[in-house]
Design a protein around this ligand. Sequence first.
Ligand code: FAD
Length: 490
Amino acid sequence: MPQIASNSGKSPEISSGQSIALVWHRRDLRIDDNPALSEAIAQVGDQGIVLGVFIFDPDILDDGVTEGSKVDFMLGCLRELQANYRRLGSDLLFMHGQLVNSICELAKAISASHVFFNQDVEPFAIKRDRAATQALQELGIKVQSFIDIGLIAPDAIATQAGEPYKVYTPFWRNWQAKPKPKAFDAPQQLTGLASYENLPVISLPSLRELKFINDIILPKAGEAVAIELLEAFCDGNGILRYQTERDFPAHAGTSTLSPHLRFGTVGIRRVWEKAIAAEQLVRSEEDSTGITTWKQELAWREFYQHVLFYFPELETGAYRPQMRNFPWDDDEEKFVAWCEGRTGYPIVDAAMRQLNQTGWMHNRCRMIVASFLTKDLIINWQWGERYFMQKLLDGDLAANNGGWQWSASSGMDPKPLRIFNPASQARKYDPEGEYILRWLPELQGLTTAELLSGNIPPHQCKKRDYPLPIVDHSVQQQKFKQIYKDCKIT
Ligand code: FAD
């Protein structure tokens, strides 16, 4: 592990009476539109010190789901965040250790008066934050936390009966009508410590020091590129064409902001502000629908946060009780074929290769491969959920669990039994086979009809070392429907 930065035996220099605030960054790796940072600056005043901290938790790093690609992306975000803190006159400190102990240790070492952080909705994070708040308060340190992960706090929206929502459409109606908070401006300057000696901190570790490797080419990490992506999407035609382009995986029809929203390199209020500003560009009904549809996707994100907040048991299993004992086939060989993109269904395989090679997959394809895993291979959706969490740079418990439960017919979806036919999905959303060929170059030379039929002639498969279909879609969907009926799932 990386070593403590320095250890001269001296204490950090702090002039008496100066307030010192620690901003504990977790999934908000930015200085712009950051409520915890803005509030820290406001509360310590002109003379006060504001420091950032990020803690590497060995339990999270060793959880078996965290992969090198995600850690590498996160390190890129942290590198930029530290550079921003330094540019403004302060610093982002790093620690390695158990989260609650570490934050308390640092707060004591710098005689912090306040600790600020942005809240999360994941059950683990809620528990961690409660424990940290209590431990810090016992040390006499003031703790404040803020809504940041969504525009509307999960507990600030309810049905007319005062209940949590379980259905998206009424949630959206209520959510879109609620006033949204303004973005916070990035700070112009900060005051840091005069000396960072003898603090229980480490320098930013390398991927190797954290015992990870990454073999995929990552998109650029950090706040600057997140803002560039947001502006390119909202100032240009992206958002206006969203409704017509978003379902075609061969097109650059979506924002690709999801890893940035996951790591918080862009603030959600800033994103919303940009979507609203795009309304000035509207020239047609299509443009207007594009913006509304994109806002609806942001609302899906918050819907899943809302339901996870109120139904944390979603993390461990199906929402529908009848689906909890579903007799999945759980064939391990078929699961490996799915993971590796070797099912013999080109649209499924192309999508899985996109995931494995880039850490991202188009939303239409996420729905196709999730339906294929659960309805064609009859494999437990939680296997797929876990694999996605390993591979996706945007892997997020709320959105991923929501997407998988929707696809597996185990969640809150009022129209639960959806089965995607991979061949008709390919014909509709990749009509030229462009996406398929991008990720399955071995299929070059086949006719578009062959690529899209899901029925590549066996001699062509053999010649190209491409697998024959590992299951028959029409047989498997009947089988799934029968089991579903036998389980009396309503
Ligand atoms: P855009 O289309 O530009 O949408 C803008 C933002 O809205 C996205 O960045 C994302 O934050 C949010 N969003 C869009 N669609 C959804 C949705 N259906 N549910 C929740 N939020 C949405 N999204 C994740 O961020 N993390 C995940 O781990 C994740 N796992 C998924 C698993 C399955 C099985 C499915 C079907 C969907 C999953 N999604 C997940 C949702 C969606 O596929 C991605 O958010 C989207 O593809 C990201 O691309 P984008 O940034 O270009 O999105």
